[in-house]
Design a protein around this ligand. Structure first.
Ligand code: C2E
Ligand code: MG
Ligand code: MG
Ligand code: MG
Length: 276
C-alpha cells in the first residue's frame, strides 16, 4: 500500500516540479537577455507634498515591457534577487534614473527622483562608491536622489546596514524606509537606522475607511514620525477620503492612483508642467 502511495506521489508531483523548473529556467533566460539588452524602462509616479515648503518628486518604478503589457516588478524583482540578476538590474535603474534627473534639469524642469533599492544591493558593499561614480557620470547632485529600502527585505545585520546608510546620508542622499509597518521590527528600524522618511505601507492606507482601529494606527505612525523628525509619505492613496484623513493628520507627502498613476517620462513631465 505504501508502495502504491509512493508511486502515486511520484507520478503526481514529479511533472509539476518539472514544469515549475522549466518555467523558472525560461524566466531566467528571458530576464537575463532583457538585462543584456537593457529591455526595461522606468515609469515615474508623482509624490506630492501636503505641507508648505516641500517639493514634489517622482518615484522611479521599473517596467519590463512584454508585447503590450508589463511584467510586474513585484514578481520579477524578487526572482532577480534570488537568481543573481539584481545587481545588473539595479545598475540599469540607477543609470536611467540619474539620466532622467539630468535630462529634466537640462529641459528646465529639474526633478528629484526616488529609487527603490534591493537590500541585496546594499549588501554588496560598494554601493556608496557606485552611486558616487554614477552621479559624476550623469553630472547630478545627490540632493536630487532619494533611496528607498523596503522594510521587509532588510536583513538583520542592522549595524552594518546602518553604517552604509550613514555613509550615503553623509554623501547627501536622502533615505526612506518603504512599506513601513509591513515588516517584523518597524519600530526597531526607526531606532537603529538613520532615515529621513518613512513610506507607510499601502495596506494601512487602503483599509482606513470606516475602520477606527486602522485610523488610530496610521495616526500613531504619523505622530511618532513627527516626534522624531522623520517625514512621512502615504502610499496607495486611492480616494478623496483617504487624502483628507492624511492631510488632517499631518502626513507630509501622498502618492497613489487618486493623485496620479506611474507614467512614462514624457507624460510625467507633462504632468509637472500642468501642475507647476
Ligand atoms: P513600492 O516601491 O512600494 O512601489 C509602490 C507600488 O505601488 C508600485 O507598484 C506602484 O505602481 C503601486 N501603486 C502606486 N499607487 C498605487 C495605488 O494607489 N494603489 C495601488 N494598488 N497601487 C499603487 P509596482 O510599480 O508594481 O512595483 C511593485 C514593487 O516592486 C515596488 O513597491 C518595489 O518594491 C519593487 N520595485 C519597483 N521598481 C523597482 C526597482 O527599480 N528596483 C527595485 N529593487 N524594486 C523595484
Ligand atoms: Mg518604493
Ligand atoms: Mg519597495
Ligand atoms: Mg511601498
Amino acid at each position: 500500500q505504501s508502495k502504491a502511495l509512493g508511486r502515486n506521489r511520484y507520478s503526481f508531483f514529479e511533472p509539476a516540479i518539472g514544469e515549475r523548473l522549466k518555467e523558472e529556467m525560461a524566466l531566467f533566460t528571458h530576464l537575463r537577455s532583457a538585462v543584456k539588452q537593457r529591455a526595461f524602462t522606468l515609469h515615474y509616479q508623482p509624490v506630492l507634498p501636503q505641507q508648505p515648503g516641500l517639493a514634489p518628486y517622482a518615484e522611479a518604478l521599473l517596467r519590463w515591457p512584454q508585447g503590450g503589457s508589463n511584467a510586474s516588478p513585484g514578481v520579477f524583482i524578487p526572482f532577480a534577487e534570488n537568481h543573481g540578476l539584481i545587481e545588473a538590474i539595479g545598475d540599469y535603474v540607477l543609470d536611467s534614473a540619474c539620466d532622467f534627473v539630468a535630462r529634466s534639469r537640462d529641459a528646465g524642469l529639474p526633478q528629484i527622483v526616488s529609487i527603490n533599492l534591493s537590500a541585496k544591493q546594499l549588501a554588496l558593499g560598494d554601493l556608496p562608491a557606485k552611486l558616487a561614480r554614477q552621479l559624476q557620470a550623469s553630472g547630478i547632485d545627490p540632493s536630487s536622489v532619494e533611496l528607498e529600502l523596503t522594510e521587509s527585505t532588510l536583513i538583520q545585520d542592522l549595524a552594518a546596514i546602518g553604517s552604509i546608510l550613514q555613509e550615503l546620508r553623509a554623501a547627501g542622499f536622502r533615505i526612506a524606509i518603504d512599506d513601513f509597518g509591513a515588516g517584523y521590527s518597524s519600530l526597531n528600524y526607526l531606532v537603529e537606522l538613520p532615515v529621513d522618511k518613512v513610506k507607510i505601507d499601502q495596506r494601512f492606507i487602503g483599509s482606513l475607511a470606516g475602520n477606527p482601529r486602522n485610523q488610530a494606527v496610521v495616526e500613531a505612525i504619523l505622530a511618532l514620525a513627527r516626534a522624531i523628525g522623520v517625514q512621512t509619505v502615504a502610499e496607495g492613496v486611492e480616494t478623496a477620503e483617504q487624502l483628507a484623513f492624511l492631510r488632517a493628520h499631518g502626513c507630509h507627502y501622498v502618492q497613489g492612483y487618486y493623485l496620479a498613476r506611474p507614467m512614462p517620462e514624457a507624460d510625467y513631465l507633462a504632468f509637472c508642467r500642468q501642475s507647476g
